[in-house]
Write a protein that binds this ligand. Sequence first.
Ligand code: UDP
Length: 375
Amino acid sequence: MTNETPHFLFLFSDTGGGHRSAVDAIIEAMQLEYPDGFSAEKVDFFKQYAPPPLNFAPELYPMMSKNPTLWGMNYHLSDGKRQVALAMRAATPYYYIAVRKMLNEHPSDIVVSVHPLMNVPVRQVVHRRKLPFATVITDMVSIHTFWFDAKADLILVPTEQARQRGLELGIDPKIMQVCGLPVANKFCQNTRAKEVVRQELGWPADRLTLVLVGGGEGMGPLEATAAAIDNAELPVSLVIITGRNQKLKERLETRCWKIPHFIYGFVQNMPELMAAADVLITKAGPGTISEAFITGLPVILYNRQPGQEEGNVLYVLSEGAGSWAPEPAMVVSVLKNWIHHPDRLIEATEASRSLARPEAARQIARSLMGLVKAK
Ligand code: UDP
């Protein structure tokens, strides 16, 4: 491959929606920064190349994450340098043929991983081919040891807390950069008034508008939370995005609703839906939270995955950008508080906006290009 217009291979997987959104945002930023100066492709490594049972990871993820206790136990027991070294030693021969096949079929000038679970084995083969290997971390604050490969050429992290975690794990500070989490350019572009966007979407223009979303898979007690808001008959419009959870969408559509409501499955226009909202109610997914910051939306976190999303809750709370409400009744009481004290809603909105990193994707694009050009 030639380094004049370098070819980028991005590795991700559809475990949730965040990894895909992050890769898309980086490729989009590269197109903006280097319109004719690169080419790129993305590969869902688990689905397309990993041997069984890892190739079922995208299907297994929603099932496994339905059991938070088991998920949390797995996460914490495997989180540590010794455990990860052992797991990687066991997994590397198992991955080896798959990684070689993938690199043969997708030759590139650089490999960028946007997923925690494949970094060491992929980097080993990539380095044997004398190519650079970079990781873009898409968890926000609680970063599993799996993400950090001390021999990567570059590790791009979203927050200072993530960098500190890398330092604790012995990562050389010279290979880490704090860039923020990559978010699609459309989230950064909206300048239209909420009321105008609402009218276009067919939502009431003059009601406080809540968007309720549970990541790409519609996770957590989304249905109970929606029902509690409806039963409270708050003066709001409720927009529910069920993601890939089609059954949940069908159940919600049969409910007799008391308040104006709009139910969507997996949407492609999240920037527009957020731009029309006043409040985001979400599980603590890092992608969705970062998008909310850029849109300037206060967040009510109704659920979090144990392990990787625990730190996101603390981050939002410590910065005053929203509330933690793990019971549907708590979500309702936060909403009532904000409805009765609009000044508190404004404060949380401003705190959320102050955490925005709209430059993140472009900064990542520049760092990756810098790496490939330097090699
Ligand atoms: N998302 C989307 N359409 C949907 C639901 C979610 O585009 O219908 C996007 C959302 O905007 C975000 C990502 O999916 O970019 C979810 O990422 P997050 O890290 O919040 O959670 P995950 O699904 O990875 O657990």
